[in-house]
Design a protein around this ligand. Structure first.
Ligand code: SF4
Ligand code: MG
Length: 316
């Protein structure tokens, strides 16, 4: 992903564009084959929007998204259909991705039929096999979505995503709507199928503990920008950006002997319609300096591929 921007126009009643919500503003990152890249941040930071533009469920305003040297953002509908076989999405609310009036087996089969994959008989077998892989009995093929619990539906959502044998799965808050006890089951299943199907994940979530558990690398978003990115351990043990430090300091720790100072941030996240000049975090940053108000800090690489966008590290 290179220099991705997604601006949503705000129009006057007469249809003239008044201003823009800058949901994603110049985001660049690389997703390596086989890894899980966690995109984390508070709600409204642009992480879901980033995930959705990759599949062009939302049209990007600017930027490139290269898959094997081909820019998804420049593809026509036919090329895009092929890409959608290779990149699939798992949503926060799996129910919305399932047709309530259809038996789930039928819903899963339909994606195969749309892409003209094999015969009816083979399709049914494929679906049964996949349902079995995500922990269902074959008889559940004939059930309707409302007959399943939230966690079960998310497993069906995952099966739906896997049916076309994708390489990449974009998981948008896949466990945030589930009870904590069910979350770990779904996370474990995600990890199992990743191994078995050799998947690459873009894992979008606001829960730092979940992201830490599943990700190899993590990008932290704030107001439409990636402000820090690192290998998971480096990011959680040694966060550099003041915003990341504050986020991590707010996560409860299990070990009471381990002391950690809670960094409380002042104020609310500013509006993405009128984001702050310079560093977008400057209105809330405990370390703000004069230049932060005017100069946009670039996301620069420090040690170990650790990237940070903050003037505190300008000379390092
Ligand atoms: Fe804080 Fe300045 Fe760093 Fe922004 S650039 S995070 S305002 S110190
Ligand atoms: Mg979201």
């Amino acid at each position: 992903i290179k220099n991705l921007k997604k601006y949503f126009p705000i129009r006057t009643p007469l249809g003239r564009t008044r201003s823009y919500v800058k949901a994603v503003d110049d985001v660049s990152f690389t997703l390596f084959e086989g890894e899980t890249y966690g995109l984390v941040g508070e709600s409204g930071c642009g992480k879901s929007t980033t995930g959705r533009t990759i599949l062009r469920l939302l049209e990007p305003t600017a930027g490139e998204c290269l898959l094997d040297q081909q820019d998804i953002f420049q593809m026509n509908q036919k090329e895009l259909r092929d890409v959608r076989k290779r990149i699939q999405m798992v949503f926060q609310d799996p129910y919305s991705a399932l047709n309530p009036k259809k038996r789930i087996g039928k819903t899963l089969e339909e994606s195969l039929a749309i892409h003209r994959i094999s015969s009816k008989k083979v399709r049914t077998e494929l679906v049964m096999e996949l349902l079995h892989k995500v922990g269902f009995q074959k008889s559940q093929y004939y059930r309707y979505p409302h007959e399943f619990s939230g966690g079960q539906r998310q497993r069906i959502g995952l099966a739906r995503a896997l049916i076309l044998n994708p390489k990449i799965v974009i998981c948008d808050e896949p466990v945030s709507a589930l009870d904590v006890s069910i979350q770990s089951q779904v996370i474990n299943l995600l990890e199992e199928v990743q191994e078995e199907f050799k998947l690459t994940y873009l894992f979008v979530a606001h829960d730092l503990s979940v992201v830490r558990h599943i990700s190899d690398r993590v990008g932290v978003m704030y107001l439409g920008h990636i402000i820090e990115e690192a290998k998971t351990d480096d990011l959680y043990k040694d966060p550099l950006h003041p915003y990341t430090k504050a986020l991590i300091s707010a996560v409860p720790i299990a070990d009471p002997k381990q002391k950690r100072e809670r960094i409380a941030l002042k104020g609310e996240i500013p509006s993405p319609i009128n984001p702050p000049s310079g560093c977008v975090f400057h209105t809330r940053c405990p370390y703000v300096m004069e230049r932060c108000k005017t100069d946009i800090p670039a996301l620069e690489t420090k040690e170990n591929g650790h990237r940070v966008a903050c003037h505190l590290y300008d000379d390092m």
